[in-house]
Design a protein around this ligand. Sequence first.
Ligand code: RTP
Ligand code: MG
Length: 138
Amino acid sequence: MTSEESLVLIKPDGVARNLTGEILSRIEAKGYQLVDIKLIEPERSLLAAHYAEHEGKPFYEPLLEFMESGPIVAIRIAGNRVIEGFRSLAGTTDPTTAAPGTIRGDLGRDWGLKVQQNLVHGSDSPESAQRELAIWFG
Ligand code: RTP
Ligand code: MG
């Protein structure tokens, strides 16, 4: 068993729609451990560090504006292959076509161009997880 940690964010749309409990339930039901959790309204500099890989892309500015639009729940989770496993729970990036049974597929809406409103973020590799956990939890 390879226990590892990942950073999960419940984005402003998830918090605003009162889906925090629903999303946490799915994480807990899967058997992942909640190691740390906080509600946070981050500075732009934190968000810029988090999304540095997307700087310069067309959706970068709207994405940062969206992420500044309300509180975010940041969660450190642990479990066997949790990085890959949580991304599987979350579903593909665009909620419009994310598979049923996933967080984005079940709870996301068809937002047209606003792909950024996809409820959650999950680290995509061990390197990203370490980098992102340091940014959000120090
Ligand atoms: P995340 O990083 O949030 O877990 O999502 P992801 O890996 O599935 O997607 P990624 O490619 O890393 O993109 C980061 C976030 O940017 C927004 N996005 N908007 N075409 C668009 O308008 C677009 N593409 C991406 C989404 O919020 C995505 O989660
Ligand atoms: Mg990503």
